[in-house]
Ligand binder design. Structure first.
Ligand SMILES: [Zn+2]
Length: 137
């Protein structure tokens, strides 16, 4: 059964520009050794925070449920990122406005997950494309 155990589940955007940062992120959070499930969808938490279609949120929650029930993950990491095409923010030059939008969605997504999985720790992060990933409280 050990092979079906992992510590965490990470949700991040499908954007190819994040590929190279994922390993460093996992190492920094000690997830390399303890293993983690990875969910990659366009926009990351957008469909949890304010889905265009409620079924999008349910599909994401189903994936977290698999990680929770089958793999026993009790730590979720949510990673949104700079210049995300799913947000259509490419034209916004103001980094502060952009990151505030993401912070709001990350916090809302954390509430949605905490409601469904009360015993899970949910951590929010914002990734800059230069590889810097900051925590969002
Ligand atoms: Zn994206």
């Amino acid at each position: 059964m050990d092979e079906h155990f992992c510590r965490a589940c990470i949700l991040l955007c499908m954007d190819f520009r994040l590929h190279e940062h994922l390993d460093a992120f996992m190492t920094r959070h000690g997830l390399g050794a303890d293993r983690a499930d990875v969910i990659r969808v366009a926009g990351a938490v957008k469909s949890l925070a304010r889905p265009d279609d409620p079924r999008d949120r349910e599909r994401l929650l189903e994936m977290f449920t698999v990680s929770y029930e089958l793999h026993h993950a009790r730590e979720f990491h949510l990673v949104n990122h700079e210049d995300c095409g799913a947000y259509g923010l490419e034209k916004i030059a103001d980094d502060e406005r952009e990151i505030e939008t993401h912070r709001g969605d990350l916090r809302r997504a954390r509430e949605v997950l905490a409601e469904r999985f009360p015993d899970v720790e949910v951590h929010c992060h914002f990734a800059w494309l230069d590889g810097d990933i900051e925590c969002v409280d």
